[in-house]
Design a protein around this ligand. Structure first.
Ligand code: V0V
Ligand code: CO
Length: 153
């Protein structure tokens, strides 16, 4: 079902400061930035690698306010890894399968994610304490090979 780790989301207080750190220390490059009102974040994607069906990234997340998922996380736990996102070929199909296996879905339908992806979250308490995101990359950012498509069926 999972094709790759799409991204690791890192909660931070100051997006610009963390971007500078990741660029200078790890020689990564920002490939997309977005303010996502629905998710309550200002975020940046730093490219690690390209892969089948989409790439791998670090996602830096600054909350738009204290009463948002990342704002609450920062207040409770401080800066650090907030979620792990797995690339899937079809997010609705993955939600159906995973939800049917007793894991709580935090979204009833896919939401808009970075770089026009379709995303959905799974409850961290049902995944061993890890907030988990499913990502279906947009056609623009994913060119699956025939093998990658067949791998999930
Ligand atoms: C909360 N908990 C976590 C957690 N956030 N555990 C691991 N990782 C996290 N990030 C734990 C928390 O410690 C509680 O455990 C329990 O889950 C319930 O948390 P809560 O504080 O009572 O509840 P809330 O109101 O903070 O909600 C938590 C959830 C919420 C996960 C339900 O944050 C959510 O719906 N997240 C999904 C959306 C999201 O995170 N969007 C931002 C990224 P104890 O203390 O009871 O043991 S947006 C993004 O990634 C985009 C746009 C993208 O393109 O990729
Ligand atoms: Co994410």
């Amino acid at each position: 079902m999972f094709m790759r780790i799409d991204h690791v989301g890192i909660a931070c207080h100051d997006l610009e400061e963390k971007i500078a750190f990741f660029e200078q220390t790890f020689e990564l490059t920002v490939v997309a930035r977005e303010v996502n009102i629905e998710q309550g974040v200002k975020e940046a994607m730093l490219r690690i690698a390209d892969g089948e069906g989409g790439g791998s990234y670090i996602q830096l997340l600054e909350p738009l306010g204290p009463d948002t998922p990342v704002g609450k996380f920062l207040a409770k736990r401080g800066e650090g890894v907030h979620h792990v996102a797995f690339g899937v070929p079809d997010v609705v199909q993955a939600m159906d399968k995973i939800g049917g296996r007793g894991v709580r879905l935090l979204d009833e339908r896919p939401r808009h994610g970075s770089m026009d992806s379709s995303i959905a979250f799974l409850h961290p308490k049902d995944v061993g304490g890890m907030l988990t995101e499913l990502v279906q990359a947009s056609e623009r950012h994913a060119k699956p090979t025939p093998n990658a498509r067949n791998a999930d069926t």
